[in-house]
Design a protein around this ligand. Structure first.
Ligand SMILES: Nc1ncnc2c1ncn2[C@@H]1O[C@H](COP(=O)(O)OP(=O)(O)OP(=O)(O)O)[C@@H](O)[C@H]1O
Ligand SMILES: [Mg+2]
Length: 511
């Protein structure tokens, strides 16, 4: 007789149902696992054997075959231990079939029979709920799995013994509680940044419209400092965004304590990060930084220092909002709709363009340094600003500056206008101006006559690409939203154009 337990495999954030089938028959004593299992799954044999021994059960001295169906789907990861062990317990008559049929099972086993946490409990719980099943998972994953749905049946057990006792009724497991992450105690505040008013304004605009921003300036001007204060002015995620972002974090095993947070992700990979670290993938398919920044911010500090190949991988996700990785054995797509914030020095020494600075290596140095960023990538930044050196007088006379909370209020108001407008247009998933499709842009971002005139002239003179043209309109729309204007005026277009000013030389090359 064949005994079955439901589990799953992941393909991107999609969960694909997998059936663990166990057959115990007479014949030569053996225990084998078949069904395109990777090394971690093949090793699960030893863990399952030891864990059963730990609870005082020996595997029957018969021929045991475990099949993971469908057999042509690659299975990777250690979460197959628990379903294999439970299917065996079912086949051995320790656990009843009517109990096991109600659950999808995931979990890694320790040699002593304890269940260790695994990645992906949240998407697993959602998949199980969608199929009308409960999820049986390790205790440490209970909190995140409980987010799947209010009425989801989640059984989070610490060990195999607890499951057996639960079924026997001697120790009933209580349903885990969905946990919310405590808000970070002390976030850096925008008020710490002295001077740099123009850059602060640009950051506010970028936050309000979800625009990609490149900051360039001399060392110590406050670029990294400003970028680190962006999370403090961004509005919290909507419940739908929270769930999507958390599913990716869950798959990457990055949900601390299984608690979900409404704060937008802020990822800042180091510039030595590889292409795979950004896109995701690798031997075991794991989402990369671009996907972990979904609905949040990807901050690339010292942009020209990243490897050119890693930078080029950003191009397609920046347009499509998802990243697809193809390897010999798999082909997966993860969502990756992030806001790109980057910082760089204008040249290797960092001082090019500063008043009074004369460089022995002349303009060549700056050109070479900036050329590390390709034209098409440069073209994708909606806003490019230049930060000047902070003046000593600004530092000495610490003028009272706006706090993050004050700026966050204006950003939230502008975002609310955008969400409402998108809903009117029938685009509920579009929450920011940056995501508006070109067609919708024609409807909601038509400048007045003067504004159009200015845009036409500038587009000619600066040889704006079609993308750049649309992006200027998007930024102008955000500027109007921030000032509470329904109409798009000349001043908005002018400021929008000004944000494409920096590194215009490259902008022209890209166009
Ligand atoms: N505008 C500012 N107001 C207050 N302090 C500042 C400002 N700019 C820089 N500083 C001080 O200088 C330090 C370095 O700033 P930051 O790391 O942001 O510079 P940066 O522009 O990123 O430089 P680099 O190009 O070298 O990375 C900050 O930690 C802060 O103490
Ligand atoms: Mg820096």
């Amino acid at each position: 007789m064949v005994f079955r337990v439901a589990t799953l495999a992941f393909s991107g954030i999609e969960a694909v149902p997998v059936d663990v089938q166990v057959q115990i028959s007479s014949g030569i004593v053996a225990f084998s696992i078949v069904g395109l299992a990777d090394k971690a799954v093949a090793e699960s044999r030893e863990r399952v054997r030891a864990a059963l021994q730990a609870i005082g059960l020996a595997l029957p001295a018969k021929r045991i075959v475990v099949n993971l169906a469908p057999a042509d789907l690659p299975k990777e990861g250690s979460h197959y231990d628990a379903p294999i062990a439970l299917a065996l317990l079912g086949a051995m008559g320790v656990l009843p079939a009517d109990f096991l049929n109600r659950y999808m099972v995931i979990g890694e086993l320790s040699l002593d029979g304890a269940l260790s946490p695994v990645a992906g409990a949240l998407p697993a719980a959602m998949a199980a709920h969608g199929r009308g099943l409960g999820l049986l998972c390790p205790a440490a994953n209970g909190a995140e799995a409980a987010w799947a749905a209010a009425d989801a049946d989640i059984l989070a057990a610490g060990s195999l013994v607890q499951i057996v006792n639960h079924v026997r009724g001697t120790q009933v497991l209580s349903a885990p509680e969905a946990k919310v992450a405590a808000t970070a105690a002390q976030q850096p505040d925008m008020a710490d940044v002295l001077g740099q008013e123009a850059a602060k304004r640009a950051l506010e605009v970028a936050a309000a419209g979800g625009h990609h921003l490149l900051m360039s300036g001399p060392p110590g001007a406050g670029k990294s400092m400003l970028a680190e204060r962006l999370p403090g002015i961004l509005p919290p995620m909507t419940p739908r965004e929270m769930l999507e972002a958390s599913m990716i974090a869950s798959l990457a095993g990055e949900l601390a304590d299984g608690a979900i947070s409404a704060a937008r992700p802020f990822r800042k990979p180091h510039h030595t990060a590889s292409q795979v670290a950004l896109t995701g993938g690798g031997q075991r398919a794991r989402p990369g930084e671009m996907s972990l920044a979904h609905h949040g911010v990807l901050f690339l500090d010292e942009l020209p220092e990243f490897s050119p190949r890693a930078l080029e991988t950003l191009r397609q996700p920046l347009e499509s909002g998802e990243v697809t990785v193809s390897r010999a054995s798999y082909h997966v797509t993860w969502p990756a709709r992030f806001q790109l914030i980057a910082a760089m020095n204008p040249c290797k020494c960092g001082m090019a363009g500063e008043p009074g600075h004369v460089c022995a290596r002349g303009p060549r140095c700056a050109e070479d340094y900036q050329a590390r960023i390709s034209g098409p990538l440069m073209d994708r930044f909606d806003m490019r600003i230049r930060l000047p050196k902070v003046r000593a007088v600004d530092l000495a006379t610490a003028a009272s500056s706006e706090s993050s909370a004050q700026i966050a209020k204006r950003v939230a108001a502008a975002r609310a206008m955008q969400a409402e407008r998108a809903a009117d247009l029938g685009l509920p998933a579009t929450t920011t101006n940056a995501q508006l499709p070109a067609k919708a842009l024609q409807q909601v971002a038509q400048p007045d006559a003067e504004g159009r005139q200015l845009l036409m002239e500038a587009a000619e003179r600066l040889a704006l690409s079609a993308r750049a043209y649309h992006r200027v309109l998007k930024v102008a729309r955000t500027l109007a939203d921030l000032s509470g204007d329904a109409a798009l005026r000349r001043a908005h277009v002018a400021e929008g154009l000004a944000y494409r000013g920096e590194t215009m030389r490259q902008g022209r090359r890209a166009a």
